[in-house]
Design a protein around this ligand. Structure first.
Ligand code: ATP
Ligand code: LTN
Length: 333
């Protein structure tokens, strides 16, 4: 029997969730929910670090929450909530921002990628990692299921927890990332040197969990392939095909070796055709459950209950953090 641990993770409502989000993060959210004490949130305060249209933000927030449930999260097992429904996130985020060094934030590759070539970059994008550290540390989380791209943010979170404990006494838990062995970095369909991202301007570069079967077929048939025609897993020399094989493996449950053997001598055409059907089939149950959840309106109730449970835990940590730092307690004599 494993010891029960606290788990926390978040996904931004910055667009429709992609296969990358599902394979890299959500599959593990679901896998961990029965053995651990899990908190999964929709990080709307993070999403606004780049401009968001209010109506789109509202719709995407509800859509992501419904997708959490459609993907297999059980709201009686895991707490599902909106980050902005728990005020302690913003408050601890500020406290940790004051303890984060400029140099640490300047080194973050996500900041460099997202600010590159932009004229006006909001300060929120820069301090994004301090808020993420607050998300994790508020719940005294042991495990944080994320994709590979979040490793650097997790490292900073660990450093901040250590720094806090060193300065103010043991208060926070130093968390560990929980990253899948296969599928931690699903790449763009148009360029295997970039990760698949829901906020990419090219919709052909990603597959969303809500794409129709025809959209999926079209995107996969247009996905970039490498020179040659053999379906081989070789990330160095065949990055595009290797990425498609990873998606195939994750959606079908087959191993890379099995896939390689099946398509030996058949070329990319047959492989891509089957891959499209594998993805369509994998998403079908999720999509039909999604429709039911949205129609039922039950998501509001789920989010309310989730926020209640989250607030209870977060408020205790915030109080202890503030006390350790020397803030006067409210109502003190
Ligand atoms: P955006 O493109 O708006 O920055 P995103 O698609 O990168 O967003 P996030 O909401 O920032 O997604 O990430 C949610 C989770 O999904 C994180 O744990 C992240 O590591 C994981 N993830 C995102 N993209 C991928 C990917 N291509 N492969 C594997 N995991 C991914
Ligand atoms: N930074 C993450 C989203 C995120 C997160 C978190 C993940 C915000 N807060 C807390 C895990 C734990 C991203 O960009 N993918």
């Amino acid at each position: 029997m494993t010891t029960r641990q606290r788990v926390l993770s978040g996904i931004q409502p910055s667009g429709k969730l992609t296969l990358g989000n599902y394979i890299g993060a959500m599959k593990n959210f679901v896998a961990l929910q029965h053995e651990h004490d899990c908190f999964y949130m929709i990080v709307d305060l993070h999403a606004i670090t780049v401009p968001q249209d209010p109506a789109a933000l509202r719709e995407q927030s509800e859509a992501v929450a419904a997708l959490f449930v459609a993907a297999g999260l059980d709201p009686t097992q895991a707490s599902i909530f909106m980050q902005s429904h728990v005020p302690a996130h913003a408050e601890l985020g500020w406290l940790l921002t004051t303890m984060t060094y400029m140099g640490e934030l300047e080194r973050m590759t996500q900041f460099k990628d997202k600010s590159e070539g932009k004229e006006a970059v909001g300060a929120g994008l820069f301090v994004y990692p301090s808020l993420m550290a607050a998300d994790i540390l508020l719940y005294r989380s042991h495990l944080v299921p994320v994709g590979d791209d979040q490793k650097q943010h997790l490292e900073l979170t660990r450093d901040l927890a250590g720094r806090f404990n060193h300065r103010y006494g043991e208060t926070l838990v130093v968390p560990e990332p929980f990253i899948p062995k296969v599928g931690a970095r699903i790449m763009s369909l148009d360029d295997a040197s970039k990760k698949m991202s829901k906020s990419s301007p090219n919709a052909g570069s990603f597959i969303t969990l809500l794409d129709t079967p025809d959209e999926i077929r079209k995107k996969i048939s247009r996905a970039k392939t490498d020179l040659g025609r053999d379906v081989l897993f070789d990330v160095q020399n065949k990055p595009e095909v290797s990425n498609l094989m990873t998606i195939y493996a994750q959606c079908s449950g087959q191993t890379l070796e099995q896939i390689q053997a099946t398509y030996e001598g058949q070329g990319y055409g047959a492989f891509k055709k089957d891959l499209a059907e594998v993805v369509v089939q994998a998403l079908e149950p999720l999509q039909s459950k999604y429709k039911d959840i949205r129609a039922s309106g039950e998501i509001h109730h789920i989010l309310r209950e989730g926020a209640e449970r989250a607030n209870t835990v977060a408020e205790v940590t915030l109080r202890e953090v503030k006390e350790a730092m020397g803030f006067l307690p409210r109502g003190g004599h």
